[in-house]
Design a protein around this ligand. Structure first.
Ligand SMILES: Cc1ncc(COP(=O)(O)O)c(C=O)c1O
Ligand SMILES: Nc1c(O)cccc1C(=O)C[C@H](N)C(=O)O
Length: 432
């Protein structure tokens, strides 16, 4: 432990964990495994009885404990013994809408508006083209611009540019802070990340959407970093389309299918650019002409990815009885606690938080920029943290990211991570 590690003002991690109403959810996840570093007995937080501190749920959520048995059942019974009958008898065919309805309350959506399937990237494509077509149907072909969050996760930008080429529109990158003022008479659609993957900044879904609507455009939201991390008010904010992944805060597993939300009011006019046979009104008619289904199922394309989808369905059971307001309160308390610990123990000028202080602008991660003596060392700092049993990640050029998943991250985790970070930073100063 570093000499710099002194007792803190305010409640201890143990006191905060004892008062945490979500603490009991942690046991529903597999968090310790054979990769736990052996206890080296020096008390420096580098593993042992405490296990790994997992702060990378903003990239890949931890495994919910009940998933392996459910997957084994799906493979052995539903696939192994029932085979083709499972499309109807095991509910495989309707899984995309059924699981969409399980996600709906987590993102503030009434049922019947979310379908699960494909990747986030593919759903961004459906949503952006769908939004452009809708805006043009309402306001004419002069709607020729797509505004894209200038700090977007790259896949959204790539897809938007391709969608623009296909629809004859152009793309303009706009900082989210200027999005509302930038939407105008030529805006067909805007594409915004609800939480910035690099900084953890939370954007105002309702305000930006309202401004885009006033300008006559349609709003598409990427909620990858907010779904399951904080309350997302899709219906109340009048979002037109939203897309999210399920492998981060929804813990669906690596490559678990994404989801597509199409606001009920827009569903009947949603003209998907990927009209596959499973979104046909009568798929088994195998008709030449495409007639789209009504409702969320219009967002389907081809055969659903059943194994991943049913793993996700099981994973979503951890949300039963969870109050999203409690999730948000804990997320903010965890990130406040971690930031305060880091600020106290890391010498000034080495790490700067890119994550907003203001709660209303903060998602559920903390991003620290390596500066001064730490410039160029983000990767080595993160690997030293991994060696001490603290798993976050880094994004080039110098951002350390720590994701806080309220269902399983404890205040003791946040405390140990900050401690390990201070030790790593001070060690790197000694070595310099
Ligand atoms: C905001 C955001 N959008 C999209 C993606 C990825 O899309 P896909 O699930 O298609 O890989 C990620 C992360 O990988 C992301 O952070
Ligand atoms: N989807 C990922 C993957 O397949 C491999 C590694 C990382 C990811 C991620 O999700 C990265 C993540 N979206 C990010 O915020 O950087």
């Amino acid at each position: 432990m570093s000499d710099a590690w002194e007792p803190q003002d305010g409640p201890s991690a143990a006191e905060l964990d004892a008062a945490d109403e979500l603490a009991h959810r942690r046991k529903d996840f597999v968090l310790d495994g054979p990769d736990v570093p052996a206890d080296d007995g020096d008390g420096d937080g580098s593993g042992g009885v405490e296990g790994v501190v997992y702060l990378d749920g903003n990239s890949l959520g931890a495994l919910p404990r009940s998933v392996p048995a459910r997957l084994a059942e799906v493979v052995e019974r539903e696939w192994g013994r029932l085979r083709i009958r499972s499309w109807s008898e095991s509910g495989w065919w309707s899984a995309p809408e059924r699981i969409g309805d399980r996600i709906a309350p987590l993102v503030g959506a009434a049922e019947g508006q979310i379908v699960v399937g494909d990747s986030t990237s593919v759903n961004v494509f459906k949503a952006v083209v769908g939004a452009v077509r809708l805006a043009r149907e309402e306001h004419g072909e002069e709607r020729d611009e797509i505004l894209v969050d200038a700090a977007t996760f790259p896949t959204d930008g790539y897809v938007a540019r391709s969608a623009a080429r296909l629809t004859g529109a152009t793309v303009r990158a706009v900082p989210v802070s200027e999005m509302a003022a930038s939407a105008g008479p030529s805006t067909a659609a805007v594409l915004v990340n609800h939480v910035d993957y690099r900084t953890g900044e939370l954007h105002d879904l309702a305000a930006v959407t309202a401004a885009v609507h006033r300008a006559g455009g349609r709003a598409v939201w990427d909620v990858c970093h907010s779904a399951g991390a904080l309350p997302v008010e899709l219906d109340a904010s009048a979002a037109d389309f939203a897309v999210g992944c399920t492998y981060k805060y929804l813990n669906g597993g690596p490559g678990s299918p994404a989801f597509l939300y199409v606001r009920r009011e827009a569903q009947g006019r949603f003209d998907s650019p990927l009209p596959g046979w499973t979104s046909h009104a009568d798929p088994f008619a195998m008709a030449d002409d495409y007639v789209p289904r009504d409702g969320a199922a219009r967002g389907r394309v081809g055969t659903p990815d059943i194994l991943s989808m049913l793993a996700l369905e099981e994973a979503l059971k951890v949300w039963e009885g969870v109050d999203l307001a409690a999730v948000r309160a804990k997320s903010l308390a965890l990130t406040d606690f971690f930031l305060a610990r880091v600020r106290t123990h890391v010498p000034p000028g080495m790490l700067t938080s890119l994550t907003p202080e203001e709660h209303r602008r903060r998602g559920s991660q903390v991003s620290l920029l390596c500066q001064g003596e730490l410039e160029g060392k983000a990767e080595s700092v993160m690997s030293a943290l991994h060696a001490r049993g603290v798993v976050g990640d880094f994004r080039r050029p110098g951002v350390l990211r720590f994701g806080f998943t309220p269902l399983y991250t404890s205040f003791a985790d946040a405390d140990r991570a900050a401690r390990a970070l201070a030790d790593v930073v001070l060690a790197s100063r000694r070595e310099a």
